[in-house]
Design a protein around this ligand. Structure first.
Ligand code: GLC
Length: 719
């Protein structure tokens, strides 16, 4: 075993000869260190056990179901196309192997290994974490710190900064698998416009392709694509097409032929391109572990950027495999030969059925194909969790070249840590279930801990039929998520804001408008978190150390200013909210906005469907502006501040041009606002370098519920 130390004190233990995933980018220095972990090598892998004390809580693991506290459950890291996120689902589309154990001491662990890992986080044996790594070559990173915040910051520091989308990526996006042609897409946009609902863009699902072939456009349904994209852009609408991992096997299809000629695909045992079946039928999977494939596939995005496209979603990149031809044939053969004319009892019937229902994403398929890494043949199973990561890295690197200095929107379904530097993620095929709304909230801090900041779930739910109440409640949460996309599956009821009643339309319209009002704040919090390596969304326990705060599972913090407590239960007209300190109740739809100070403790809060509620912490403030129909129209001239100040509050509003990478070179704007409470008044100090802000309107409340209003204008003043 080799050991190393990173600059921020992180200890690294190397077992065997690991595959370099490049999840961590901080340089490591060799150092003799003692590992206190209980690591045991076995024939088929390695086990690690970590003792759990009764007060220990576990955080992290990114995209996974379960609580904010991950203790008492089983998880698996093996990127999988899992359409049904039921209660005991152990794995989803991504593999995020960082977690923090917090109790008497706080420690973070990152297992840098691209194959399968299972975690029993005190489920069978409450006193232990039992981890199984399906291999013997890996790194373990151990991070220590005063508290969870310090440990998560240290981790963010060593894995490098998150991907940053353009500012328009923070707008509202409508999506649906099943907008079949240009007319339907246009109709969506028009209906948004007619109903005065702000919208930034529409995602194009695979309906736009010719027979599900990547980088093609259906001439029947989307002819004149370039003009179409440009026309919509003139209206302020971006189109975001999907790209799938599998390339259709079809003579005459240029991508397939180039892939064959250039030897860019994954191989089967015999060295022939591996064949799986996905949307278009038989496909080959580009071998994204090969440099040549990365640049070849990446360059293909230009076919669409040449039409004016500036954003993509990479899908089915676990990679998802519906079936292998041979497996399907066996199932059919079994059905035909063995069971013909037989009277099936329950067991034979189940066997017959399971033969078909278990066809998708079988473990055995991932043993059947190989990548080429540095000239060596490596089975997919061993590097399985890197596929979506390397696909998206290829896209990112190509788009950086193609779009020059312009930022682009890029999300992926599958990911592992490291990919966060190249794109965001949506959390896959959830359902229109209340449980998934709650899961959406719980996942936000965990995803941040693993480096992912441009995140969001399919608002309203992907599968199943959404109703107006669920969509409204879901939006009340999604307003805060950097990626805000309403997406649903083919065959489900429509779930655009206007698909329900007039009342739902009114409520959802107001919510989307509220999102646009809050974009300066959400963008600022996003960028500051990314730039300063801290979490945008935090569990309450990261800030407050009392017993209740440690256990709260249905409230989270946004930045240092806001507490979010969404309603995740149908029929509720409000909910109990725990206030770990005095906070200001905001009712954003109310003309007054400030409802009043809530004392520390538990309070029942009225939260109607027509409202939008959140809570501002003591000595904190949030900025907002007038809403707009899309971000091109964002007007920050008149900034408004809602503040709860008892002695002193400071807020630093970050901004930049929102389109270029100049912010990396330090081209940023800041509006630093300081409010100091004096006897019966407030002293306000503003240092503003943002030329688009001309005036700031303050509304400040104190613990006694006294409201003070003030106005500061920068016009003709030296800013
Ligand atoms: C996958 C995606 C989903 C998409 C569908 C069709 O299930 O996760 O978002 O709509 O494929 O492309």
């Amino acid at each position: 075993m080799e050991s190393y130390q990173l600059k921020n004190g992180t200890k690294v233990f190397q077992y065997g000869l690991p595959i370099e995933t490049k999840a961590v980018i901080a340089p490591k220095r060799k150092m003799k260190l003692k590992c206190d972990l209980d690591v045991k090598f076995q024939k088929d892998g390695t086990t690690i056990s970590i003792e759990l004390l009764s007060e220990d809580r576990i955080y992290g693991l990114g995209e996974n179901l379960g609580g904010i506290n991950k203790r008492g459950r089983i998880y698996e890291s093996y990127c999988t196309d899992t359409p049904s996120h039921i209660e005991d689902r152990e794995k989803l589309y991504s593999a995020h192997n960082f977690f923090i154990v917090s109790g008497k001491v706080v420690r973070g662990y990152f297992i840098d290994f691209p194959g399968r890992i299972t975690y029993d986080m005190g489920y069978y044996n409450q006193k232990d974490i039992n981890i199984k790594i399906y291999g013997q070559n890996f790194y373990i990173y151990i991070l220590e710190g005063e508290d969870e915040k310090e440990v998560s910051s240290k981790f963010l520091e060593i894995i490098g900064k998150s991907y940053v989308p353009p500012k328009w990526g923070f707008g509202y996006f409508q999506s649906r698998w099943g907008y079949r042609n240009k007319e339907e897409v246009k109709k969506v946009y028009k209906t948004f416009k007619e109903n005065d609902i702000p919208i930034e863009g529409i995602y194009l699902d695979l309906d736009y392709m010719d027979n599900f072939k990547d980088f093609t456009i259906s001439q029947e349904r989307f002819s004149g694509f370039k003009e179409f994209v440009e026309d919509l852009k003139k209206e302020g609408i971006y189109l975001i097409p999907i790209i799938d991992a599998g390339v259709k096997v079809e003579n005459g299809y240029d991508i397939y032929e180039e892939g064959m000629k250039g030897d860019y695909f994954c191989k089967d045992k015999e060295g022939k391109p591996y064949e799986g079946v996905v949307w278009p039928g038989k496909v080959h999977f580009p071998d994204f572990m090969k440099k040549e494939t990365q640049s070849w596939f990446g360059d293909k995005y230009q076919k669409l950027t040449d039409c004016g496209i500036e954003g993509f979603w990479n899908d089915m990149n676990e990679p998802a495999i519906f079936y292998e031809q041979e497996a399907l044939e066996k199932a059919v053969e079994y059905a035909q030969k063995k069971l013909k004319n037989k009277n099936l009892d329950v067991f034979s019937y189940f066997k017959l059925k399971d033969n078909f229902t278990s066809l998708a994403n079988r473990d055995s398929y991932y043993k059947n194909f190989y990548h080429e890494i540095d000239g060596k043949k490596v089975c997919n199973e061993k590097v399985h969790n890197l596929y979506g990561y390397f696909m998206t890295k290829s896209t990112y690197e190509a788009l950086r070249k193609i779009l020059k200095g312009k930022r682009f929107l890029l999300i992926s379904r599958s990911s592992s840590i490291g990919m966060h530097r190249y794109g965001g993620i949506w959390t896959g095929d959830n359902s229109s279930w209340w449980f998934h709304l709650e899961q959406n909230m719980k996942m936000l801090p965990s995803l941040n801990m693993c480096g992912f900041f441009y995140i969001g779930a399919d608002t309203g739910g992907f599968g199943g039929n959404c109703n107006g109440e669920l969509l409204t409640r879901w939006l009340q949460l999604s307003i805060f998520t950097p990626l805000l996309r309403n997406h649903s599956a083919m065959g489900c009821n429509n779930q655009e804001p206007y698909a329900f009643t007039k009342k739902v339309l009114k409520n959802t319209r107001n919510l989307i408008k509220a999102r646009y009002s809050l974009i300066p704040y959400i963008y600022s919090e996003y960028m500051k978190s990314v730039n300063h390596y801290h979490l945008m969304f935090q569990p309450l326990s990261f800030e407050f150390k009392d017993v209740l705060a440690k256990e709260i599972e249905d409230q989270i913090l946004l930045g240092d200013q806001v507490m979010i407590a969404p309603v995740c239960i149908p029929n509720y007209k409000g909910r109990y909210v725990y206030f770990p300190e005095e906070m200001l109740e905001i009712s954003f739809m109310h003309p007054k906005k400030m409802i009043g100070i809530r004392k520390k403790g538990i309070h029942y809060i009225n939260y109607r469907l027509e409202d939008f509620k959140f809570f501002i912490r003591k000595n904190a403030m949030i900025p907002y502006v007038k809403s707009c129909k899309n971000l091109k129209k964002l007007d920050q001239k008149n900034l408004k501040i809602l503040a709860y100040v008892d002695n002193e509050a400071i807020y630093n509003l970050y901004d930049d041009d929102g389109i270029s990478y100049d912010f990396i070179k330090g081209k940023r704007f800041s509006t630093r606002i300081k409010i100091i409470k004096k006897e019966n008044n407030y002293e306000i100090k503003v240092h503003n370098t943002n030329p688009s802000i001309k005036n700031i309107e303050f509304k400040i409340i104190d613990s006694e519920n006294h409201i003070t209003e003030k106005d500061i204008s920068f016009i003709n003043k030296n800013q």
